[in-house]
Design a binder for this molecule. Structure first.
Ligand code: NAG
Ligand code: NAG
Ligand code: NAG
Ligand code: NAG
Length: 515
């Protein structure tokens, strides 16, 4: 393996006619046209005395390598794109492309080769060709139009199925959707509009709940589970292997209509490789997990909303929780409301998911995002995660320049929301506006209010409830992505972290926060 240094090149993309000019940038299944879709022409390589097999092998490797590079470049652009509420492309944003140090380039070692045993290509394939080509198109002003052209007609495809189920746990043990519909060996996307209603504010009362289940008595089939038993995130079950996996990392907010989705892409890669990405309100909860899912995941069980039943219609029981006294079985009964379920036999991409979620949320009266560019709204505040690395103090001043302050997750509701935003970032640790720089062990929020963390009715996310203060210099608080959940950690303020800013919402349409 060649080890590559990664440099970064940044530029601004502007759309001429505002946010609707580009609906989406990249078609992940098409490599035939568009700015990033055209791979460099094949490079002629002399093969003096080697056999046909070696030549074909080499060509094949080249092809795969190139496909992978194009995919990586697309992914890196897609990951960075800021989208507006309708999934449109936002003007004036900064995009970075990875530049690789390609000295050494692509080499081929061939066992079938002649005496030397090694063939080194004279003109190695250079991934930077793609980046340079994109740059040239930007300079010549063709980039957007090419991106736009490859992105026309990228609306939301019609779902294969849409059920208005109007499930409520008081009225339903489950809703039966019959046996007719299944996933087979296809890519698919499931979205549900749900409202978790944890009993008396205890989020853990709703655990391992089935939104949609089709799993028989031999455990063949699949299940869409939200919130998952252990981490209260988006989870999916497919056959016995891989079984249940918590694909999400963000907790699902309670008492609020929310769209939750799972996108299972079994098309982009071959050999049973699936890419599985959970979404919350149209935002991906993480970058997607690569998983092996073999063959047909259909089963003869009944398709059931709000619970799990086998092929005979029997309600299934949850597994035992050996961590609790008496190791009780948990109840997979969904606690709350499920209004709609949509299923596609294709994997929707980020822009489509965003647009689709916005559409559903608009239907139930959730207002469009009134925040400044790049910020996401919760109640009356707007939040944005910034990926550049800063000390606490410099992060503070960056947020001040934005007209706000470092974010203050004073409630579980805000914390849950920030987790979804942090999941959009590749970074691992993020400053929030909480520190005890002025007086040791007196933790003060960015708005100068104090966090009385010893009062157990105050919300905190410290693993042991209080700052650990391993060193008394740990005066500033960061959010850490850990397994299984996000936690707060006190840390030295001169550590360089990504950070989260909050600003007031710019329009005056915000009613009082419903916390
Ligand atoms: C991508 O492009 C291909 C070929 O033009 C098309 O068949 C496919 O439906 C497109 N995919 C999406 C998700 O739009
Ligand atoms: C569902 O339950 C609620 C309260 O538990 C009740 O008011 C409502 O009438 C029920 N709806 C139906 C369709 O049974
Ligand atoms: C998958 O299995 C089901 C039965 O479990 C069958 O009806 C269906 O045709 C299969 N699909 C494919 C693509 O083989
Ligand atoms: C603890 O916090 C709760 C909720 O903010 C507050 O009502 C209560 O008065 C606090 N208790 C003490 C002892 O400060």
């Amino acid at each position: 393996m060649v080890v590559c240094l990664v440099f970064t090149l940044c530029f601004f993309v502007a759309t001429s006619s505002g946010s609707s000019a580009l609906k989406s940038a990249v078609n992940t299944s098409d490599s035939t046209h568009g700015a990033l879709q055209s791979p460099p022409r094949d490079i002629e390589i002399p093969f003096p005395n080697f056999g046909r097999t070696a030549r074909l092998k080499f060509a094949e490797r080249r092809k795969n390598q190139r496909r992978e590079l194009i995919q990586n470049l697309r992914d890196s652009i897609n990951d960075q794109l800021i989208l507006d509420d309708s999934g449109g492309f936002v003007s004036g944003q900064r995009i970075c492309l990875p530049l690789k140090n390609t000295r050494g380039g692509a080499r081929l070692k061939s066992n079938t080769a002649g005496a030397s045993g090694t063939l080194v290509s004279k003109k190695p394939f250079d991934p930077n060709i793609l980046v340079v080509r994109a740059m040239r198109q930007i300079i010549h002003g063709e980039f957007e139009s090419r991106m736009g052209r490859s992105a026309v007609d990228r609306g939301i495809p019609t779902p294969k199925k849409r059920w208005r189920v109007n499930y409520r746990h008081e009225n339903h043990t489950y809703i039966d959707l019959g046996k007719d519909f299944d996933m087979d060996d296809k890519s698919f996307t499931i979205t549900a509009l749900i409202r978790l209603r944890p009993s008396s504010g205890d989020k853990k009362s709703n655990r391992g709940a089935r939104i949609l289940s089709k799993r028989d008595s031999n455990n063949f089939g699949w299940e869409f589970v939200v919130p998952s038993y252990y981490t209260q995130t988006v989870s999916f079950y497919a056959n016995q292997h891989p079984g249940h996996i918590d694909y999400g990392r963000s907790s699902i907010p309670g008492n609020q209509w929310t769209t939750v989705s799972i996108v299972v892409d079994r098309h982009t890669y071959e050999n049973d490789v699936a890419v599985i990405t959970p979404y919350i309100d149209g935002l991906p909860d993480g970058r997607g997990t690569f998983m092996q899912i073999i063959g047909n995941i259909s089963s003869d069980a009944l398709l059931t909303v709000g619970h799990a039943r086998d092929e005979n219609g029997h309600l299934s029981e949850g597994r035992r929780d050996f961590r609790l006294p008496g190791s009780p079985k948990y109840n997979p009964h969904f606690h709350g409301d499920i209004r709609d379920i949509f299923v596609w036999h294709t994997s929707l991409h980020k822009q489509q998911m965003r647009k689709h979620a916005a559409q559903i949320l608009r239907e139930i009266g959730r207002k469009p995002n009134p925040c400044p560019l790049g910020y996401e709204q919760l109640d009356c505040r707007c939040y944005q995660v910034f990926d550049d690395l800063r000390t606490y103090e410099l992060a503070e001043s960056a947020c001040r320049q934005e007209g706000g302050m470092l974010a203050m997750p004073k409630t579980e509701r805000i914390q849950d929301f920030l987790e979804i935003l942090m999941q959009q970032s590749n970074m691992w640790s993020f400053w929030i506006g909480l520190d005890d720089r002025v007086q040791e062990r007196r933790k003060v929020w960015a708005d100068k209010s104090e966090l009385h963390y010893r009062n157990i009715s105050q919300f905190t996310k410290f693993p042991r409830g209080i700052p650990d203060k391993q060193y008394h210099t740990e005066d500033c608080v960061e959010e850490l992505k850990t397994r299984p959940e996000f936690v707060w950690n006190d840390e030295n303020c001169i550590k360089l972290n990504a950070y989260i800013c909050e600003v007031k919402n710019t329009r005056n349409e915000c009613t009082a926060a419903k916390l």
